[in-house]
Design a protein around this ligand. Structure first.
Ligand SMILES: Nc1ncnc2c1ncn2[C@@H]1O[C@H](COP(=O)(O)OP(=O)(O)O)[C@@H](O)[C@H]1O
Ligand SMILES: [Mg+2]
Length: 229
């Protein structure tokens, strides 16, 4: 039975000085494990805020959100152990080697196989030969590969990626998109990717546009997704 995240009639607004800013109103969205979703939209539309809400890291102003796992509905607090994040700025720990950055989420969970599993994931993202390098010794694309390995190493049910190719050149962006979709597919993880790139959005099974406070279905031409070999 697939797990899913459900947002119903979600609104988010902020009071800044004496004025009220409404990011979105009455938004409805379901995210199912194993499926891929893209969210596009102009800067400031509220895409990152929406990711924070659907991952349970922030609370909506009004509305209901739930995480349905094994047929049982719970609050989004129960998502915490089942999600991985990937950011535009990579967010690797600068003092740790590539290997230790990937192993960290497992070590924090007390996994005795942390290093072995991290080595397997470094191999999957094609960076075994860079395991002893620190982030500053790696290119942007290589750092994002490490971030993907780190997000997936503990086999989360959902991956949230906020503009994961925003800092990369076109070729690296294409390679990272291939890797991200292939890794999520291999792990049967749900993927939610926020992006300015229509090319990246076109790879997702479901695409949405967040603009003027509403989430709309968006159509992008489908392209094939490479699978891990
Ligand atoms: N906690 C907050 N308090 C006040 N304003 C906020 C808060 N979080 C986000 N915002 C504002 O909401 C708007 C949308 O932000 P964001 O979700 O980062 O948009 P996007 O990711 O689409 O560019 C921005 O104008 C931002 O300043
Ligand atoms: Mg953002």
């Amino acid at each position: 039975m697939s797990s899913y995240i459900e947002l119903k009639n979600i609104s988010q607004s902020f009071h800044v000085h004496s004025s009220k800013i409404t990011l979105f109103n009455d938004l409805n969205l379901s995210i199912t494990q194993g499926e891929s979703y893209a969210i596009t939209g102009p800067s400031g539309a509220g895409k990152s805020s929406l990711l924070m809400l659907m991952s349970g890291l922030d609370q909506p102003t009004t509305g209901q959100s739930s995480y349905v796992k094994a047929g049982i509905s719970r609050t989004l607090d129960f998502l915490r152990a089942d999600i991985g994040f990937i950011f535009q700025q990579f967010h690797l720990l600068p003092e740790l080697t590539a290997l230790n950055n990937v192993a960290l989420p497992l070590k924090l969970r007390g996994d005795k196989q942390a290093i072995n599993k991290a080595l397997i994931w470094l191999d999957k993202v094609g960076l075994s030969h860079r395991k002893d390098h620190k982030p500053s010794e790696l290119s942007g694309g290589e750092q994002q590969r490490i971030a993907i390995a780190r997000a997936l190493v503990f086999e989360p049910r959902f991956i949230f990626a906020d503009e994961p190719t925003g800092n990369l050149d076109q070729q690296s962006a294409t390679e990272i998109a291939d890797l991200l979709f292939a890794c999520c597919h291999e792990n049967n993880a749900g993927l939610v990717v926020v992006t300015h790139s229509d090319i990246l959005a076109s790879r997702a099974q479901h695409a949405f546009l967040l603009a003027n406070g509403a989430l709309l279905d968006a159509q992008f031409k489908q392209t094939s997704t490479k699978r891990l070999g």
